[in-house]
Ligand binder design. Structure first.
Ligand code: FES
Length: 105
């Protein structure tokens, strides 16, 4: 499945994800700028903040309680479509997933 990411510098990246890989892992692997992912996906840094495009929110599901708390500590403004990208695992149904990377991590 493909992921379309809008980097903070305005560049658009369309990258191939493996099923089961997280959005964070996929972005880092492809050198997409803007995701820091300090904790490597352990859900303890909140530096993998993205804004999921409206059309995909139902497909990605919502943040669980712990992620929800972590989202209160992001550097960039939290929005209703904020997610930590290490917590979204790719499925075939998520093909085309589009998101903006938060301007600051
Ligand atoms: Fe640290 Fe997502 S990479 S919370």
């Amino acid at each position: 499945p493909k992921i379309v990411l809008h980097a903070p510098n305005g560049a658009l990246f369309t990258v191939d994800a493996q099923i089961g890989a997280s959005v964070m892992e996929t972005a880092v692997k492809h050198g997409v700028p803007g995701i820091v992912a300090e904790c490597g996906g352990a859900l303890s840094c909140a530096t993998c903040h993205i804004y999921v495009a409206e059309a995909y929110i139902d497909l990605t599901g919502r943040a669980d309680d712990f992620e929800d708390e972590m989202l209160d500590d992001t550097v960039a403004d939290r929005k209703p479509n904020s997610r930590l990208s290490c917590q979204i695992r790719m499925t075939a149904a998520l093909d085309g997933l589009e998101a903006d990377i938060a301007p600051e991590q």
